[in-house]
Write a protein that binds this ligand. Structure first.
Ligand SMILES: Cc1cc2nc3c(=O)[nH]c(=O)nc-3n(C[C@H](O)[C@H](O)[C@H](O)COP(=O)(O)OP(=O)(O)OC[C@H]3O[C@@H](n4cnc5c(N)ncnc54)[C@H](O)[C@@H]3O)c2cc1C
Length: 407
């Protein structure tokens, strides 16, 4: 048993057949693919964020209903010749569409040129229809079709993974950071690496890595090996500047002959920027998402933005001066690179601590630890699409096929 206090005031925990931790592309895909396979068991999706999407989320504002900013991936590419099998149903339902915006590159002299090969723009290009979060919403529509019992729990951080019982009597108890029971499940899928990786101790100040504790309790060598692989993975961070431009300023931007600007190596070195995405908003406004280079993000690794999930969950208030300095640095770099105005723009910092996993990923033979009734999917799994949306889709479909034979 994990040393975590029980909360006697909570209602009896809901017990489901499968708990999926994370409602990004991979978590939503595993639920949708199981439904496509005809599996009708109960699924509970548990997600830290206020909605689905993860690194394919769209930022919205209750105060400004027209505002929507794709602040993670602005689109995705499928490089392998056979697309993931959920692509057709997602396209047919209108949840995703071909991405047809103009992609160009920027070099260190400030010249705009043909697109470069950056890993994200080769092959068939797609995006959520209207906004990137339509991708996960489409997956969830499939997961909940035919009144299949699929529950969604947002603003829910799973902190403890507690295995109880053996063999077919094994059940997982999931607890939050107070130790209160969130739910129980026969099977668990982890769609992100947070619970397996030491960065959870750095971000949340936890005293242990939840999956490491669980693997020790289980004494399952395969699960221990999977956990060690995941814990050893490195990832590149990205410090993103989000600008919302008023109409008068946006008109200068919207005249540009590009919507995605990839920064080549020389531009990355000169300005510390990796990619710029220009997104038109209603009423002539525009949003600009400026992705930093990995080197810039490393230099500013402690500054994560007062509106980031980490800050909201921890109730932390990062030092305003440090945040303003990073915002200034990114805005100045943008102005230096493009010579375009930013007057009247609202600024936000969004720091993705683990934006892009670095190879090698988790070997596919460790994706499913059936003795311990736990599986892994997401863009951190080795194989086609590693580190991209394509990998999140493919790994989750592969895991769902393996699970549907066992569940
Ligand atoms: C700025 C940026 C730009 C990108 N651009 C591209 C691009 O152009 N093309 C491309 O293909 N890919 C791109 N990517 C990568 C792409 O976004 C990811 O590969 C993909 O979204 C990964 O999906 P996932 O489901 O594997 O992981 P995630 O999206 O990270 O989903 C994991 C989810 O699990 C949740 N979670 C984790 N731990 C817990 C917990 N303990 N309790 C509850 N919930 C939990 C997280 O909140 C998250 O929502 C980009 C990423 C970033 C950050």
């Amino acid at each position: 048993m994990v040393a975590a206090p029980r909360c006697p005031l909570l209602p009896p925990p809901r017990s489901v057949d499968l708990a999926v931790i994370g409602a990004g592309v991979a978590g939503c895909t595993v639920a949708a693919a199981l439904r496509l396979d005809g599996w009708s068991g109960s699924i509970s999706l548990l997600e830290i964020g206020r909605g689905s999407g993860g690194r394919c989320a769209t930022r919205r504002s209750r105060l400004d209903p027209e505002l929507q900013v794709n602040h993670g991936a602005p689109f995705f590419n499928l490089r392998a010749s056979t697309p993931p099998r959920l692509i057709d149903p997602l396209a047919e339902s209108g949840s995703i569409a071909r991405y047809t915006e103009v992609i160009r590159s920027l070099n260190g002299d400030g010249r705009i040129d043909d697109p470069i090969v950056d890993g994200f723009s080769e092959g068939a290009l797609w995006s959520g229809n209207g906004s990137m979060d339509a991708l996960c919403q489409g997956l969830l529509a499939i997961a909940t079709a035919d009144q299949a019992p699929t529950e969604l729990h947002y603003s829910t951080l799973v902190r403890h993974l507690e295995p109880n019982g053996q063999g077919s009597a094994l059940r997982w108890t999931l607890r939050d950071s107070t130790g209160a029971v969130i739910g129980e499940a026969r099977w668990v899928v982890l769609s992100g690496t947070l619970l397996a990786h030491p960065r959870c101790q750095m971000v949340f100040d936890w005293d242990a890595i939840p999956l490491e504790v669980a693997a020790q309790l289980r004494g399952d060598p395969k699960l221990q090996m999977a956990q060690r692989h995941l814990a050893g993975m490195k990832a590149q961070a990205s410090s993103n500047l989000l600008l919302t431009l008023p109409t008068a300023t946006a008109q200068h931007w919207l005249k540009q002959p590009w919507r995605i600007l990839q920064c080549d190596d020389s531009a990355q070195q000169r300005w510390g920027l990796r990619r710029i995405s220009l997104q038109a908003l209603p009423s002539g406004r525009a949003a600009v998402v400026v992705e930093s280079s990995p080197a810039f993000a490393r230099q500013h690794q402690d500054v994560y933005g007062s509106r980031s999930s980490a800050a909201l969950l921890l109730g932390a208030k990062p030092p305003a001066q440090a945040e303003a300095a990073v915002l200034d640095a990114l805005e100045q770099a943008l102005q230096g690179a493009l010579q375009l105005p930013t007057e009247g723009a609202e600024r936000q910092l969004m720091r993705w601590g683990a934006a892009f996993p670095e190879a090698p990923g988790l070997p596919q033979n460790l994706m499913l630890c059936s003795e311990s009734a736990i599986g892994f999917c997401g863009d951190a799994i080795a194989g086609d699409g590693f580190g991209r949306v394509e990998g999140a889709l493919r790994s989750a479909e592969t895991l769902a096929s393996q699970l549907s034979a066992l569940l």
